[in-house]
Ligand binder design. Structure first.
Ligand code: PLP
Length: 401
């Protein structure tokens, strides 16, 4: 009989969103007439830009013609045309990321989770709390020691390092899911100095970079000096260009990033990851990579920007309502997430139930993202404009009762 990886038994029984779906299903079964507005899951709702769809169709047509048919992609790291397009995108906001430091993937979740394969199980992993659950789950699955760095009301949900704490791997996410908070250049400098002092590597998740509007907030950790010697960056087209159902993202591992193995040899992290991918990943489909490249054309950027602005308007609608109600929150400005303090001292799940049962609005209980999320609640701006406005009217009504 095979034994199982018993680390899995230490995880929460269900992924957070399964628990939420169960509660919502129970409510809608009991109240089939209820008009529920879903502002919980961070999935986009607007269709993909026309020029991107066109590029995907063209790529699919090429697969049906002998002369242009594509089988396995040689490297599995992504076609040059897409890596060059991503590199050009970085350049457009002043960051130098060469195309050969980029690997194309099927979305940031896979790489955020799989990157742990190349690091020893004895590493101590520092994760800001609350956090996107994938960071914690995937490290617990491989039995690593996870320690936490508190993001809370006092630090505006932007945790900073404690000089006395030692670690080997650090997960940072900016703009943050779930809190919507962002790191400034100065704050990232502090993290980079801390990582270097500890010989640690930062795994930087910039999945929401396209939502950044403030000049002082970097869209990449590589905008900050010294990052190339201590950071890996993961990004995605899911929220930038509506690719949640298409599956395409990219990971940047600079050539400069090395670690010393136990026998004293310098090991290139990029080579190690390439080796892992060579054995376990055969690349992203050609039509999807064609679509992804179209995102970075002038027309693609213009069309996708319109969708982002639509979501940003929703974020403003939510933020304005919370301002009116005098409810504290972070996010909403450089992020599609609004992280609010549950009114009247309520717990996260208590507020979830109240909002669902009395207002028919679904959000995400902050407690599901870590201990510092208790008493906080996440709303997303990815919904329909009128439904978002309607949800805010219901919230106002609920809290005036
Ligand atoms: N990173 C963060 C912080 C996210 O919130 C998400 C998705 O919600 C992802 C990564 C995964 O995105 P993808 O769809 O590219 O797998």
């Amino acid at each position: 009989m095979p034994s199982v990886n018993e680390n899995f038994l230490k995880l929460e029984k269900n992924y957070l969103f399964i628990n939420i779906a169960k509660k919502v299903n129970a409510f809608t079964s009991a109240h089939p007439e209820a008009d529920v507005i879903r502002m919980g899951i961070g999935d986009v709702t607007l269709p993909i830009a026309k020029c991107v769809v066109y590029a995907m169709k063209k790529g699919a047509d090429e697969m049906g013609v002998k002369e242009t048919f594509k089988g396995y992609e040689d490297s599995g790291a992504g076609y040059d045309f897409l890596k060059e397009a991503v590199s050009g995108y970085y350049k457009s906001f002043g960051v130098d990321v060469p195309a050969d430091d980029i690997r194309i993937n099927d979305g940031a979740k896979s790489d955020c989770g799989n990157i742990v394969d190349i690091f020893g199980d004895d590493n101590v992993v520092l994760i800001t709390d609350p956090a996107y659950p994938v960071y914690v789950d995937t490290n617990l699955m491989s039995g690593r020691k996870v320690i936490y760095c508190d993001s809370n009301e006092e630090n505006g949900f932007a945790a900073m390092p404690d000089e006395n704490v030692k670690c080997d791997l650090i997960y940072l996410c900016s703009p943050n899911n779930p809190t919507g908070s962002v790191y400034t250049k100065e704050q990232l400098k502090v993290w980079i100095e801390y990582a270097k002092k500890n010989n640690a590597i930062i795994i930087y998740d910039s999945a929401y970079e396209a939502f950044i509007t403030d000049e002082n907030v970097p869209r990449s950790i590589f905008a900050v000096e010294g990052a190339k010697e201590c950071a890996i960056e993961m990004c995605s087209l899911s929220k930038t260009a509506g690719f949640t159902g298409m599956r395409c993202g990219y990971t940047v591992i600079p050539k400069e990033l090395t670690v010393t193995a136990s026998d004293g040899t310098e090991v290139s992290i990029s080579q190690l990851w390439g080796r892992r991918e060579g054995s376990k990943f055969n690349g992203v489909s050609y039509p999807v990579q064609c679509a992804a490249a179209a995102v970075f054309t002038p027309e693609g950027l213009k069309q996708t920007r319109e969708n982002i602005e639509y979501y940003q308007n929703n974020a403003r609608t939510i933020a304005n309502t919370l301002d009116e109600l005098g409810i504290k929150y972070t996010g909403g400005k450089n992020s599609p997430y609004i992280w609010l303090k549950c009114p009247n001292g309520m717990g996260s799940w208590e507020f979830f139930d109240l909002l669902l049962e009395k207002a028919g609005v679904v959000g995400t209980p902050g407690a599901g993202f870590g201990k510092n999320g208790e008493g906080w609640f996440r709303l997303t701006a990815f919904g329909d404009k009128d439904r978002t406005a309607e949800a805010m009217e219901r919230l106002k009504k609920l809290l005036s009762e």
